[in-house]
Design a protein around this ligand. Structure first.
Ligand SMILES: Nc1ncnc2c1ncn2[C@@H]1O[C@H](COP(=O)(O)OP(=O)(O)O)[C@@H](O)[C@H]1O
Ligand SMILES: [Mg+2]
Length: 173
């Protein structure tokens, strides 16, 4: 694993929508996120949280990728298992962050492009790329590459086993 932690957690605050107004209750300073008391305009002591990284509404996905996702690819190319996991309530920005758009590609296309660039630069190694694509919604696991319902299994002797979901071989993008 690149860096010294096996699991790193980042928070990304999206811009407010029109219906949400203009005053964001959450403020970010370095790797802290805190709620402002509307009366005092100071941080509420019971609502200050720290993460490995905190990103404000102005941070582009490319920067989130560089600071929080690229090292997962580094580790994967070193032979480790790597997972990017987006968690949040509906409309919090998961799809924007993970898939993105043509204008602002998300972490998945950024990582896949980076992966294939790096494979192309390494002529001495044969790479075998397999992907799985899962969504957990209302506590239910969905395999986005197959209609079959995946069942979660865990091995006591090895790392947690992924469920027997569909994986696809990827040859090019
Ligand atoms: N960082 C961001 N910058 C600009 N717009 C964003 C950002 N994050 C989310 N949005 C917008 O907010 C809305 C909800 O985001 P979405 O990714 O669909 O949420 P989720 O997948 O978590 O339900 C979408 O219109 C999306 O384009
Ligand atoms: Mg979504």
């Amino acid at each position: 694993m690149a860096g010294d932690q096996a699991i790193r957690v980042a928070v990304r605050v999206r811009p407010l929508s029109k219906s949400e107004g203009t005053e964001n209750a959450w403020q970010i300073e370095k790797n802290s996120i805190f709620m402002l008391n509307p009366k005092t305009q100071k941080a509420q002591p019971d609502a200050v949280f720290q993460y490995d990284c905190c990103y404000g509404p102005e941070t582009p996905t490319a920067e989130v990728y560089r600071r929080s996702a690229q090292s997962v690819l580094d580790s994967t190319l070193d032979g480790m298992n790597g997972t990017l996991f987006a968690y949040g309530q509906t409309s919090s920005g998961k799809t924007h962050s993970m898939s993105g758009s043509a204008k602002e590609p998300g972490l998945t296309p950024l990582l896949v492009n980076d992966l294939f660039d790096r494979i192309q630069q390494d002529c001495d190694t044969n790479y075998h790329v397999r992907v799985s694509y899962l969504e957990i919604y209302n506590e239910e696991l969905k395999d986005l590459l197959s209609n079959a319902t995946p069942h979660i299994r865990q091995s006591m002797t090895f790392c947690p086993m992924p469920p027997p979901h569909q994986t696809e071989h990827v040859y090019t993008i």
